[in-house]
Write a protein that binds this ligand. Sequence first.
Ligand SMILES: Cc1ncc(C[n+]2csc(CCOP(=O)(O)OP(=O)(O)O)c2C)c(N)n1
Ligand SMILES: [Mg+2]
Length: 627
Amino acid sequence: MAHLDPLTPAPTQNALDAIAKIAGSDVAALVSSEWAAKTKWDSAASGAAPSGATTVKEGLLAIANAYCGTAGVEYSQVDSEAEAAWFRDQIESVKALSTPLSVEDKRHINHLLVASETFDQYLGKKFGTLKRYGMEGCEASMVAIDAIIRHAAAVGTTTDTVIGMAHRGRLNVLLYLFNFNKNWLFYKLRGQALLPNLDYGALDDVLSHLSASTDLSVGAKKMHVSLIHNPSHLEAVNPVALGKAYAKQQRKSPDHSKPNSTMCMMVHGDAALIGQGVNAETAIIGGVGGYNVGGVVHVVTNNQLGFTAFPKESRPTRYATDLAKMTGTPVIHVNADDPEAVLRASKLAVAYREKFHKDIYVDVIGWRKWGHNELDEPAFTQPTMYSRIRNRPTTPGAYSASLIKGGVMTEAQLSALKSTFEAELDKAFTAAQTLPPPKADELHLAGAHWGPEKLVHPPAALRNGTLLSRPVTAGESVNSLLQIGRASVHVPAGAVTVHERLQRTFIEARLSKLNDLTGAAKEIDWATAEALAFGTCLLEGNPVRISGQDSARGTFSQRHARLVDQSDESKTYIPLANLSKTQAPFECISSPLSEFAVLGFEYGYSAENPKALTIWEAQFGDFGTSR
Ligand SMILES: Cc1ncc(C[n+]2csc(CCOP(=O)(O)OP(=O)(O)O)c2C)c(N)n1
Ligand SMILES: [Mg+2]
C-alpha cells in the first residue's frame, strides 16, 4: 500500500485511508472508534505492538504509517529470520522509514536537487544538441548516492567507496557529488580532448564515460570515492567495480576480515539491471568466497523506461529489481518524488550492509523528463505517459516549494541558491574557453599506489613500444627454483591427508622430477613450471591471484594448488600460500561458472593492484591443443 510510483496517484491520503484500503472501511471506522482509543493493544493476540503504541488505535495507525508511506521494503525473499526481524524492527520500532528529517538534512537535499536541476537546465540552454542523459525526473538518485556514501562514512569504518555507474545523471553526480572540475567539464563539452598532452595521437572518450577519484570530507571523517570509467556496454562495469573494491579491501586486510573498510556501490538503469546477464553473474560471484566484498549497495535510477521500452517490454517481472530474489537480497523501493524518503531508505540500506555484510538495493522509482537523450521525442512511443510528465512539477521544484511552505527556506533564499549555481557554471563556461590542455597529474589517471606504471611516460616510449617492452631484470638461481618447487608440494604433518594417488602421481612425481633436474632429463612439466613462476613472484613480494572454473584443482587435474583432506572437505591446504611468512598473498579460486563477470572482476582487481600477477583462466573450447 506504499505509494511507490510518482506517475500514478497516491493510493491513500492518510493512515486511516490506508487502513480502509487494506482491510475495508469497517476497520477505518474501528480505528476512529472510541473503543480503539481506549482499548489496550493485546500483544498475546496480535503480536508485539509497534514501539510506543499502547492502544489499538495507536498500534493500527503506527502500522499504517510504517507501511503506507512512500517507501516499502521487500524482504520476504531474505533467507534468514534474524534479518527479517531486523527489518521489522527498523520499520516499526526504529521508524527508519518514517522518522522526520532535521532541517539540516532538508537543506542538504534541497541543495543537491536544485544543483542538479540547474545544471541540466543550463546545459539545455548552452548546448542545445548535447546528449547529456540528464537526471531530470530522477534527481532523487543524487540524494541516494550521496546519503549512502555519507552515512557509511559517518556511522562506520568505511573509508573507501568504489562505484560502477551507467550514463544516466553521470555528469550531475560527477560535478555535485564528486568534485569533478567544472572547468574541465566545459572544456570537454566544447569538444576538446580531456587527455594529457602526451602527443600519442589518442582519441578522447565520450562524456558519459568520465570518471572521478576524490576525497570527500564527512564531518571529521574522510571518504575516498572512485567512480570508475564507464564503458558504453551497459552494466559491464559492475564486476570491474567489485574486483577493484575487493583489491582495496585486501590491501587493508589481506584475509578480508574487514569488509566494511571499502564499500562497493553499483548504480543501475532499470531496464539494463534486469536485461543484462552480467548482473546475474555479478550477483552470483559476489556471493561466494574469493569475490565477496561484504555486500554491494545497489541504487536503481528507475525512470520506468529503457530508451523507448516500457517496463512490460523490458521484463516479465513486477519490479526492475526482481533479480534480487535470486540471491535472497532485500530491496527498498522508494518514490523519487519524496527525496526525504529516499534519504531514509539509503541510510537503512547502509545499516543493513554494515550489519549483515550482504547486498541490498535502493530502487529509486522516478520518471524521465525528456526522451532517452534530450534530443529524442518521447511522445513517438510514450504519448500518454509524456502528456502526464509534461504537466507535472519537477521533483526539485516541488521539494523547494514544500520547504518554503514549511518555513525551512524563503523564496529569496531559493533564488539566491539557483543564482549561485548558475554563476559557478557561467564562470567555468568562460574559463574553459582559454584553458590549456590538462597535465596528466591533473586528471587523476592513477592512484598513488601506482608506481612508474602510471601513464605519464614520455610519448616516444608509448609510440615506439619501449614502454611495454622495457627490459626487466629476471633470472632465478636453480637452487632457489628447486626450493620453491619442493615447497609447492610440501604438506606439513597433520595439515591435511592427501589423496593417496595424488601423493604418488603429483607430489612424489614432482619431487622426483625436481631431483632429476640436473640429471639427464632436464625437464619439468607445465604445472611445475607454473608453480615455480608463481612462487618466485610471491617471494619477491608480488601477489598472485588466479581465478576461473576449477582453477584450484586445474581443469586437467594438473595444478592441485589446494589440497583437500580426504576425511573432511572443509579442511584444505595451499602450499603456495605457505612458502614464507613474508611472501605476498596467493589466491587460487575456483570460480562460479561465469566468464563475463569473472573476467571483469579480475580486470578491476588488476587495475587496483598493479604489482599483482592477476590471471583469469578460461575453460572452454580449446580441446584441440590441450589433448
Ligand atoms: C549492452 C548494451 N546494450 C544496449 C545499449 C544501448 N543503450 C544505451 S542506454 C539504453 C537504455 C537503458 O535503459 P535503462 O537501463 O533503463 O537506463 P536509462 O537510460 O533509462 O537511465 C540502451 C538500450 C548499450 N549501451 N549497451
Ligand atoms: Mg531507465
